[in-house]
Design a protein around this ligand. Structure first.
Ligand code: PEP
Ligand code: MN
Length: 264
């Protein structure tokens, strides 16, 4: 894969002010929850609404997502608010269902990027579509694996591409849930300056009170966007409760950001 100015075009075409903001709950829980959050994000700097409907949980027994019904709730949220909709896809069937429900942005999660067979299956299912596809970094700090995932999607003809930096697993006790290892996304930026790069401070920090600071760091490193988990009642969220913020807090966080680069 070569650096390609086409990769940035979708971001220019969205004509959003810098940074691009993706927000919404970790998981779609109920129709009401999906719609409530979307309504509160409607008149804000948020352009893309995120919600997982298939949740890859590290261990079994937790909430594994509401499944395809959640895609219908997202369709309703889109019709009502005009926000673009994003979901995580982890296999070809997820892609098929997301396409059937007119989801605008598909992202590949950290636990899927580690698996070339799964990414290839997703890439094959995406062939011929013009969706925006975001590839999260793999859970482990392996730039080649991240790039490999991207290349599989690129080779399927997808040009509306982006990457999401969500930090990396470590056995060490640190203040982060997933350590940022900023040098890895920076190397990716150096090699592919036209590839939109989005920071996910929610999964990096695991704690809502660190999101402001990590978001600012990402902007200072010229990231193009932020993906921030947002929930009307974060403490009651069915997944990732400690890191979600309310829509009101999200607006404060965005308002506090010092933005040096003017356009995307
Ligand atoms: C998520 O975005 O909710 C998620 C599961 O993220 P990750 O793949 O980064 O762990
Ligand atoms: Mn999450």
């Amino acid at each position: 894969m070569e650096n390609n100015s086409e990769m940035h075009q979708w971001l220019n075409d969205l004509k959003v002010s810098h940074p691009l903001v993706i927000a919404g709950p970790c998981s779609a829980e109920t129709e009401e929850q999906v719609l409530d959050i979307a309504r509160q994000l409607k008149d804000s700097d948020v352009t893309i609404y995120r919600a997982g409907v298939w949740k890859p949980r590290t261990r079994p027994g937790g909430f594994e997502g509401v499944g395809a019904i959640g895609l219908e709730w997202l369709q309703k949220a889109k019709a009502e608010t005009g926000l673009l909709m994003a979901v995580e896809v982890a296999n070809a069937n997820h892609v098929k269902l997301a396409l059937e429900h007119d989801i605008d942005v598909l992202w590949i999660g950290a636990r899927t990027t580690v698996n070339p067979f799964a990414v290839q299956e997703i890439a094959d299912a995406l062939q011929g579509t013009d969706k925006i596809v975001l590839v999260k970094n793999p859970v482990n700090p392996d730039l080649a694996l991240w790039l490999g995932g991207l290349e599989r999607i690129y080779n399927a003809g997808i040009r509306k591409l982006g990457v999401v930096h969500r930090g990396f697993s470590t056995y060490e006790k640190t203040k982060y849930r997933n350590i940022p290892e900023w040098q890895i996304p920076i190397e990716l930026q150096d090699r592919f300056p036209d590839l939109p790069i989005i920071c996910d401070p929610s999964h990096i920090t695991g704690k809502r009170d660190m999101i402001q600071q990590v978001s600012q760091q990402a902007l200072d490193l010229n990231f193009d966007g932020l993906m921030i988990e947002t929930h009307c009642n974060p403490d009651k969220a069915w997944s990732d409760a400690a890191q979600q913020v309310t829509p009101e807090r999200l607006k404060q966080i965005l308002g506090n950001l010092v933005i040096r680069k003017q356009t995307n």
